[in-house]
Write a protein that binds this ligand. Structure first.
Ligand SMILES: O=c1ccn([C@@H]2O[C@H](COP(=O)(O)OP(=O)(O)O[C@H]3O[C@H](CO)[C@@H](O)[C@H](O)[C@H]3O)[C@@H](O)[C@H]2O)c(=O)[nH]1
Ligand SMILES: O=C(O)[C@H](O)COP(=O)(O)O
Length: 339
């Protein structure tokens, strides 16, 4: 473990799968994996199948494998079901609470159909990835940071599972306020059109400038918008959740405000590639992220209407303008929602 500008930073192989399993069993911790998916029939089957085989059947690291179908109009629901996930339609979870479009909505709704003490989120559009993402993200939540151990990182070399030492560390991880990391972000090399680290247009052009100007305590996070992250349920149930794409940045800002920077860790997961959205669609994502940041700075009302006006060539080469209504609604902490 090292601190990168104040953020505890690990590599996915700082822990062995055996140690993580032993820690999970020793502390009686349960884990839910949640995959929000909108029109991901092409990739969600692969994501679910590989995770199920490696982390539900071969090793029992994951107790619940859930896909939340976010208003898909393709066969995402059937593909994910056939691959072995428990699939819920976002709009059908707690219908009494209504339904909004968006990834954050699917993630908020997932809290009502999962029970794990730890919740891992993973995108459904992954193209280049591996199942080590999940144990990597769970490491800092299941075991105290190696950097906080008197004996240092060498103590994490492979050893027989369920040793007394692992058991003690697992129990300490779930109690000890010093090592009680509550939210873990993944980071990775993100390929883009121009090279191995050139992906992440919204990250570089929106999230990082917001962090630089207004939330510098998050500056050590390598991929603040990563869709691969994990958190304690006890934290997630206290967070306001934007229904769209701002959920990642909002969760980071609010976690640091609620429990401090020490509660946030990040893990190097290697390399990850995903399906890229069109530039103008990323404008909608960016508007949601800016709106959530402004709300947290007290400069914008949550849910206030936002119209994104974009311009481009229309029929016959004439300039046309296109208005998008961008949803900036946020859901209240799930823990305070009765029923
Ligand atoms: O209305 C939606 C839109 C997307 N998704 C799913 O959310 C995941 C990520 O969506 P995607 O459109 O691929 O987002 P990216 O362009 O990859 O955006 C990145 O940046 C976003 C903003 O922080 C994060 O929310 C994403 O997880 C992160 O991958 C995928 O599984 C989608 O199917 C939904 O469930 N509902
Ligand atoms: O995280 C981001 O910045 C967005 O998902 C865009 O990523 P891309 O530029 O690699 O498509």
């Amino acid at each position: 473990m090292r601190a990168l500008h104040g953020i505890a930073t690990h590599a996915w192989d700082d822990w062995t799968l055996g140690d993580l399993l032993a820690a999970k069993v020793a502390a009686g911790t349960t884990v839910s994996l949640v995959v929000p998916a909108r029109n991901e029939a092409a990739t969600v089957g692969d994501v679910v199948t590989r995770v199920r085989e490696a982390l539900v059947e071969t090793t029992a690291l994951i107790d619940e494998l859930i896909v939340v179908d976010s208003d898909s109009t393709d066969t995402t629901y059937d593909v994910a079901t056939d691959a072995g996930a428990t699939v819920h339609r976002s709009a059908e979870i707690r219908p009494d609470l209504g339904s909004h479009p968006g990834k954050g909505e699917a993630m908020w709704k997932s809290l009502f159909v999962t029970t794990g003490d730890l919740v891992v989120f993973m995108d459904a559009d992954l193209l280049d990835w591996d199942t080590h993402f999940v144990p990597g993200l769970l490491g800092p939540l299941l075991l105290p940071s190696p950097g906080l151990e008197a004996s240092g990182p060498a103590a994490l070399a492979p050893r027989p599972a369920a040793s007394t030492e692992v058991e003690e560390r697992a129990q300490r991880a779930s109690r000890d306020p010093v090592s009680r990391v509550a939210l873990v972000k993944g980071f990775y090399e993100r390929p883009g059109a121009d090279g191995p680290w050139e992906g992440g247009r919204v990250t570089e052009l929106v999230a990082r400038p917001l962090i630089a100007t207004s939330f510098p305590e998050l500056g050590g996070l390598v991929q603040p918008l990563a869709g691969e992250w994990a958190a304690r349920r006890s934290l997630l149930e206290q967070l306001w959740m934007p229904t769209g794409y701002a959920i990642e940045l909002a969760a980071l800002i609010d976690t640091v405000r609620l429990v401090g920077t020490d509660a946030v860790a990040q893990v190097d997961l290697g390399r990850r590639a995903h399906r890229h959205q069109a530039l103008r669609d990323l404008g909608g994502m960016s508007t949601q992220i800016v709106a959530a940041a402004l709300a947290r700075l007290g400069a914008r009302e949550v849910g206030a209407p936002a119209v994104l006006r974009q311009h481009g060539p229309g029929p016959g080469g004439m300039l046309t303008s296109d208005d998008r209504d961008v949803v900036t609604v946020e859901r209240p902490p799930a823990g305070g929602v009765g029923g």
